[in-house]
Write a protein that binds this ligand. Structure first.
Ligand code: ADP
Length: 194
């Protein structure tokens, strides 16, 4: 199996690139943000719980997020050639839980691909995305919430990189450029491990 993590701040293009990589390598794309938004739309108890955090740009508690991810893995293992994780893990306990869950399935993370984009570019991209969308995400509409998401990334998520650097499974790529240019460099990094 190939199991990839797409890492980087909010608005760095993880969702777009994860979908393209999933198609290219026959991987199952798991976006915890998309899973939470789906639960919110259906007004499930999980969705209502997640909404309290998402609309402020805070992280949903680890136990809730890890439980949801674990269910998704159980559902898909055996059906695909691997996974691409987008927006997960976002904390050290999530990274440790993911290692354990994959180990139970006799597999592991192959590579973490980190997209580098600065705060001002991110804020601009997310505000543009909200303007262009017919149904914008509430957490994309307000600059202070976007900046809070970036701060949460710096304080709670950025350090997760060390977990994978220690295991020598971490590659950093420039997240500025066209969608195709960035996809080419991501694809080349994945082909290097194959
Ligand atoms: P973005 O990367 O643009 O912030 P996401 O769709 O990945 O968008 O995440 C949106 C929100 O969903 C986050 O701000 C957070 O509230 C919640 N969320 C997504 N993934 C996680 C996670 N792994 N742990 C905790 N909360 C998460």
């Amino acid at each position: 199996m190939i199991n990839l993590i797409l890492f980087g701040p909010p608005g760095s293009g993880k969702g777009t690139q994860a979908a393209k990589l999933a198609k290219a390598f026959n991987l199952y794309h798991i976006s915890t943000g998309d899973l939470f938004r789906h639960e919110m739309q259906n007004e499930t108890p999980l969705g209502l719980e997640a909404k309290k955090y998402m609309n402020k740009g805070e992280l949903v508690p680890d136990e809730v997020t890890i439980g949801m991810l674990s269910n998704k893995l159980d559902e898909q293992v055996g059906k695909v050639d691997g996974f691409i994780f987008d927006g997960f893990p976002r904390t050290q306990p999530q990274a440790e839980a993911l290692d354990k869950l994959l180990d139970l399935k006799n597999t592991a993370i192959s590579l973490v691909l980190a997209l580098e984009v600065g705060e001002d570019e991110i804020t601009k991209r997310i505000l543009d995305r909200a303007k262009q969308s017919e149904n914008p995400r509430p957490d994309d509409l307000d600059e202070s919430i976007i900046r809070n998401r970036f701060q949460v990334y710096l304080k709670q998520t950025a350090q997760v990189a060390d977990h994978y650097k220690q295991a020598d499974k971490f590659v950093t790529l420039d997240g500025i450029g066209s969608i195709d240019e960035i996809f080419d460099s991501l694809q080349a990094a994945v082909n290097d491990i194959k």
